[in-house]
Design a protein around this ligand. Structure first.
Ligand code: FES
Length: 149
């Protein structure tokens, strides 16, 4: 489905902005929102381009850069930080062969850091697309990543 088809599934009210943007991103094979798509959204919702760009820029879940099929978002907020999230980031970077913010050359994984995922009671935590993984250890990360390869 192309961005125009996705947009026209939603009523043209500004309340739908985030839903439309998420829908466009989720339907792009590289998990991002193009400038052309943002321009179409702005026109459809009668908004300025800069206000649509501003919303995309504000929300860390939205991206204007091509990303991998699987977005790994590891929490770096205080509870996870205390439970050694930084070591887990190093572990993920080594396992994937990329730095945080990068995408693997096979376009399978993008590694991102995130604010609290609402899983503090079972920290440290990460998400891969919409799925949450808690009580992470280096070993658990290896197992989880292997299931996506
Ligand atoms: S601080 Fe990491 S899930 Fe809340």
């Amino acid at each position: 489905m192309n961005p125009q088809e996705i947009i026209s599934k939603h009523p043209p009210t500004q309340d739908n902005l985030l839903n439309i943007l998420h829908d466009i991103q989720n339907n792009h094979p590289e998990n991002y929102i193009t400038h052309e798509a943002m321009d179409l959204v702005a026109r459809y919702l009668n908004m300025t381009k800069s206000s649509v760009y501003g919303v995309v820029d504000y929300y860390s879940m939205l991206s204007v850069k091509p990303r991998g099929r699987y977005i790994i978002r590891i929490c770096v907020s205080p509870v996870c930080h205390l439970k050694k999230a930084s070591q887990l980031i190093n572990h993920l970077e080594k396992t994937l062969g990329i730095k945080s913010g990068e995408t693997t050359s096979d376009k399978l994984f993008t590694l991102e850091v995130a604010e609290c995922l609402g899983q503090c009671q079972e920290a440290p935590s990460m998400m891969i697309n919409d799925k949450v993984y808690n009580n992470l250890t280096g070993e658990r990360i290896q197992e989880v990543i292997a299931t996506y390869r």
